[in-house]
Write a protein that binds this ligand. Structure first.
Ligand code: SF4
Length: 371
């Protein structure tokens, strides 16, 4: 398996594989599956050891979305019988988030349905996040509120938000086939805006929507261009009542190959096994832990996952450990690459001001208050 050895070496050196190498992972046969998993594990172990980061979803506004994403049970016109409610009260959000923290979650992901927040929505979420961070300063908070407009990312950051999630979902060329109310470019813009505001970018994909291997490689390479810190990999749950109902075309083996391909293209990013893991990986879930270094604990936005205690047991049974609050998630070299923005919106410096490497600022630079 010389091709696999060469691919592994590249990943260990954080070098981008070729498209053909990524396609070869997806095309590998069942006889090669454990070799592929073992190779991906070498990369995972190099950057993340045997740690598994737990994330906990809180659906702070559910259903009734005006957008038409074909894969989503909350879309316009969805006949899926999912929970529908408007913004939860801050106390309800915090109580739910605390249940996740008690279960071992290091990151809480606060997610709202909708095209994107109004400024008033952002005020509301910022207030909730600030209250939560007062009580749990060590817990990371990721916001996922849809497309962001001017200044919203900066306000979320100032309230204590750690990260922002907005997935690319599928290849740019296929985007019109899974959503007509916004485009791939809109999503890219929001991920960039979040990163520019100092939020840790989180962006991933959904597999199993009828895409080809080439499409999967396209979106995973597009993500590499954005270089998110975390890459959630969802496997489509084809809800009855959505246009993609009946798209049951994933096998556990295919899921493992997809995860391995993502790991080789994003060797030192947090690759997170997200929605659909229980229904598509089924009994092979523990093998996936050899590839990913992060999972969601318990339930998803509109569907139930396995019990959180079963997740924790599975991690222990497979010989992995839950990552603690004090432990570094990303390898040091990644955080060293990040420079917190000190110019542009929210400062007195123009956006493209060249700053010295040590970030020493001109004496007259001013910043707004952080709350
Ligand atoms: S993915 Fe988000 S924007 Fe698209 S329909 Fe679902 S809730 Fe709305």
């Amino acid at each position: 398996m010389r091709w696999l050895d060469a691919l592994t070496e590249k990943a260990l050196n954080r070098a981008l594989p070729s498209r053909d190498e990524a396609l070869a992972v997806l095309a590998s046969g069942d006889d090669e599956l454990l070799d592929v998993v073992a190779a991906a594990f070498r990369v995972r172990r190099e950057f993340f050891g045997r740690r598994v980061k737990l994330n906990y979803l809180v659906n702070i506004k559910s259903g009734l979305c005006p957008e038409d994403c074909f894969y989503c049970s909350q879309r316009l016109g969805s006949a899926a019988d999912v929970l529908k409610y408007t913004w939860l009260k801050p106390d309800e959000v915090i109580a739910s988030a605390e249940a996740g923290v008690a279960g071992g979650a290091k990151r809480v992901c606060m997610v709202a349905s909708g095209r994107g927040p109004t400024d008033r929505d952002v005020d509301r979420v910022c207030g909730t996040i600030a209250s939560f961070k007062d009580r749990h300063p060590d817990v990371e908070v990721c916001a996922c509120l849809g497309l962001l407009s001017g200044g919203q990312a900066e306000r979320l950051r100032a309230a204590g938000t750690t990260a922002y999630n907005h997935n690319l979902n599928t290849a740019e060329e296929r985007y019109g086939g899974i959503c007509t109310t916004h485009g791939f470019g809109d999503r890219v813009e929001t991920v960039r805006a979040a990163e520019a505001a100092g939020l840790s970018p989180c962006s991933g994909l959904i597999a199993g929507m009828g895409e080809s291997d080439e499409d999967l490689v396209d979106v995973v390479f597009a993500l590499r261009e954005l270089d998110p810190d975390s890459v959630p990999v969802n496997f489509l749950i084809p809800f009855e009542g959505t246009p993609l109902a009946g798209e049951w075309n994933l096998t556990p083996q295919r899921c493992l190959r997809i995860l391995a391909m993502v790991r080789f293209v994003h060797p030192d990013a947090e690759v997170r096994l997200a929605g659909g893991r229980e229904v598509h990986l089924r009994t092979l879930q523990p093998l996936a832990l050899h590839i990913v270094n992060s999972i969601f604990l318990g339930d998803y936005l509109t569907s139930e996952g396995q019990e959180g205690s079963a997740d924790v047991q599975m991690i222990a049974d497979a010989g992995f450990t839950v990552e603690g609050a004090g432990e570094r998630s990303l390898p040091e070299h990644r955080t060293d690459l990040v420079r917190i923005r000190r110019r542009g919106a929210g400062t007195t410096l123009p956006a493209n001001t060249a700053l010295p490497a040590d970030s020493a600022l001109p004496a007259d630079t001013t910043f707004p208050a952080s709350s």
